[in-house]
Design a binder for this molecule. Sequence first.
Ligand code: ADP
Ligand code: MG
Length: 225
Amino acid sequence: MILELQNICKDYIQGKMEVPVLQDICFSLEKGEYAAVMGPSGSGKTTLMNIIGCLDQATRGTYLLDGRDVGSCTENQMSDIRLRKIGFVFQNFQLLPRQSALDNVALPLIYAGVSRKERQRRAEAALERVGLSERMYFKPSQLSGGQKQRVAIARAMVNHPELLLADEPTGSLDSRSGEQVMELFGELHREGVSILMITHDPGIAAYADRTVEIRDGRIRGEGAQ
Ligand code: ADP
Ligand code: MG
């Protein structure tokens, strides 16, 4: 099991009120599995992803990532886990606007303490792999949405994480670019990367092996495809 959520709850404090956002979430992902999470806006998908991605901690419940209890980790330990184990892809790409595609992809390697020469080599290889060797020195503003998302995927994978988390990765893309992103996810899946992808598009969810539905902060049905 790459990850396991046991009775995860998340409350947000608003004034003096505790607002429950996630309620009693039980979910697990096998190593190498590819799952989609679907649900309407406001159902708690991003909140769940932030907990799984070690960007936030649950209010109650247990979260095990590769057997490790994330709930008892410090902020530093969580950022270390993010760096080593998890790649992130977001709807709005989250690239640094003034940096080239190459520098955006190399960024996680700086945090990982990789030498300059090796960073260059690995970032080039990652961009080549997503079909952007001709665009390495382009800035995000000079790239299409689909190209930006491919840069983001190269950045997510440059440290070879075991887990890829994607929050609406095709949400800002035309259907052709969305398909290209799904092709890349499919390749990573075949190489053994575990993938958890949020989407509200059933056509995109269909690329995953399994779909879970979240409504009002609770997991609803689970269906194999
Ligand atoms: P989704 O990604 O499915 O659209 P979110 O996880 O972003 O849903 O949000 C779920 C609910 O939690 C929403 O009602 C939202 O208003 C609330 N929420 C999200 N983040 C916060 C926050 N930092 N403080 C208070 N409420 C929040
Ligand atoms: Mg969201």
